[in-house]
Structures are given as structure tokens and as C-alpha cells.
Design a protein around this ligand. Structure first.
Ligand SMILES: [Zn+2]
Length: 289
């Protein structure tokens, strides 16, 4: 609609270089290239890829055609997702901080002059105790890191392993269902996250979408980007999105299940979630077994 304010979203991709099972006849490098190609074709700027350096050269990532090199060469920035995707619910603050440091030489080597001092918490777990949560936040601030928040999330990761299984079974009907339910869930959960934003801030904030570097993610990305455009979103870099003053709020709560920034605020304020359809987790678990 002319005159209607546009929405803004930054897109981020977690778990470089490897996420989820690799389907037959696909390589990690293809997944990375397919995502980068879609981002560039659809005009998505500055897509951060968050790195777990422990997984370099494992599970289909190769030195010759390295996912991190492909990402770095594309001009997109890289950020820190801890060395081994450590869980702050089970680790101490000190162990978590060591994992941040252990990831840095790789980032420094690949990012060039781009700013890699952004941390995405694995599992969106930011500390199950206030003491731990505050200790890590203080460490990040003292070491020049910003937290890469998440404010749009539809659990995209949950489709990648079922997709690999369905490819192995050549089950085209199930693959079609995976694709349609991926987009339907994205639409539903984006609507829910926008309702949370209006409930908490009285408006649509500038959003940050979480995706993962998985096989079905890479295939669905052009359709997902079209969906976002059709919903009224413009694409902006992470740095721009997080200039929204909403991100200066700190939920400052001990939350076992962590969650997105908007979910953390909803939980910490003991607010109710608006009505929404649940993700089809049971069907995803059962399909193509
Ligand atoms: Zn992750």
C-alpha cells in the first residue's frame, strides 16, 4: 500500500560451516553458495554468518571448498557463535567465555576489516541464573562485543533433518509437505512475533530473523525472502536493525529456555502469548522414518 510504513528486517544465519544432516547428492559448499546467491539476487545486505570453528572440516565441510571461505569471499560478515556451540545452561560463565576466545582467531583470519565482534548465543540460551547471565554480558561489553539479538524466529532448523531423510527415501509427497509447512510456519510465527512487538513496544520494531545454514533452508530461501517482501519487509544490515532503541532493553531474567529477545521480555514480564498455531514438531519428527 502506498504510504504505509515499510517493515525492516536483518537476516542472520547460524551454525557455519555445518548445520543439520547433509542430503544425498548435496555438498556443504552448495548449501552456502545457494544461500549467498539468493541473498544477493534478492538484495539482502550484510548477512552475518555465525561460526562454530570446531566444525570446520567436519560433516561434509572440506578444506578445498570451505564454507567459511565461501562466506568470507562473498563479502558477507562473520560473527561468533562460540567454538563448539556450547550451552550456557550447562556451562559456567568462564567456560563460555573461553569458547568465545577460542573462536576468535578464525574470525580474525577471515573477516578482514569487517566487524566480527557480534555474539549469537547458541540455543538462544543466555544464562539460567542471573549471575551467569550478567557475568557473560559484562564480559561481552568489556571485550567490545554486541549481542546479535533474534526477534523473528520460526524454528527453521527443525525442517533440515527430516528433509535429508525424505530425500534418501525419494518421498516427493513428504518433501512437498516439508516445503509448504516451512513457509506456512514462517508466516504464522512472523505474525506472532509482530504481535509480541506491538504488545511490548506498541509498534513494529526493526526485526532480526534467525536462520540456519541447512539444506532445506537453502532451497526455501528465495520463497522465504519473497514472503517477507510481500509482508512489507525491507532488508537492512544487522547493525542498522539493532539501532532500534528497543534493543537497549535488557530482559535481565534467568530463563532456562532462553528464547528470542521478544520471548524473553514476554516471559520476564509474565505476559501471555497471543493465540497462535503450534509448529508441526511431532510430524517433523515422525516423517520419512
Ligand atoms: Zn546455533
Amino acid at each position: 500500500m502506498p504510504g504505509e510504513p515499510r517493515l525492516e528486517v536483518a537476516i542472520t544465519v547460524d551454525d557455519l560451516p555445518v548445520h543439520g544432516d547433509l542430503p544425498l547428492n548435496t555438498t556443504r559448499a552448495e548449501i552456502a553458495r545457494r544461500m549467498i546467491e539468493a541473498f544477493k539476487r534478492k538484495g539482502v545486505p550484510g548477512v552475518y554468518g555465525f561460526v562454530n570453528a570446531k566444525n570446520i572440516g567436519t560433516n561434509g565441510d572440506t578444506e578445498k571448498d570451505s564454507v567459511l571461505k565461501i562466506w568470507g569471499d562473498s563479502g558477507f560478515p562473520l560473527g561468533n557463535h562460540t567454538f563448539s556451540h556450547i550451552d550456557l545452561n550447562t556451562a559456567s560463565a568462564e567456560a563460555f567465555e573461553q569458547e568465545i576466545v577460542r573462536n576468535e582467531s578464525v574470525l580474525e583470519g577471515l573477516a578482514g576489516r569487517r566487524d566480527w565482534h557480534w555474539l549469537r548465543y547458541p540455543y538462544l540460551h543466555e544464562g539460567d541464573t542471573l549471575e551467569k547471565r550478567r557475568a557473560v554480558r559484562k564480559y561481552l561489553g568489556d571485550h567490545g562485543y554486541k549481542i546479535a539479538e533474534v526477534t523473528l524466529d520460526f524454528g527453521d532448523y527443525a525442517w533440515n533433518n527430516p528433509y535429508a531423510r525424505c530425500v534418501a527415501k525419494q518421498d516427493t509427497g513428504s518433501i512437498e509437505w516439508l516445503k509448504s509447512s516451512y513457509l506456512a510456519t514462517a508466516k504464522e510465527d512472523i505474525a506472532l512475533d509482530r504481535k509480541l512487538s506491538v504488545m511490548l513496544f506498541g509498534r513494529d520494531i526493526r526485526y532480526v530473523l534467525l536462520l540456519h545454514i541447512g539444506a532445506l533452508d537453502s532451497i526455501m530461501l528465495p520463497d522465504l525472502l519473497d514472503l517477507l517482501r510481500n509482508q512489507g519487509f525491507d532488508f537492512v544490515p544487522l547493525e542498522e536493525a539493532q539501532k532500534d532503541p528497543a534493543y537497549q532493553t535488557d530482559p535481565d531474567a534467568a530463563l532456562l529456555h532462553g528464547g528470542t529477545f521478544l520471548e524473553q521480555l514476554t516471559e520476564s514480564k509474565h505476559l501471555n502469548y497471543p493465540a497462535h498455531a503450534d509448529r508441526p514438531i511431532e510430524k517433523l519428527d515422525a516423517i520419512c522414518r
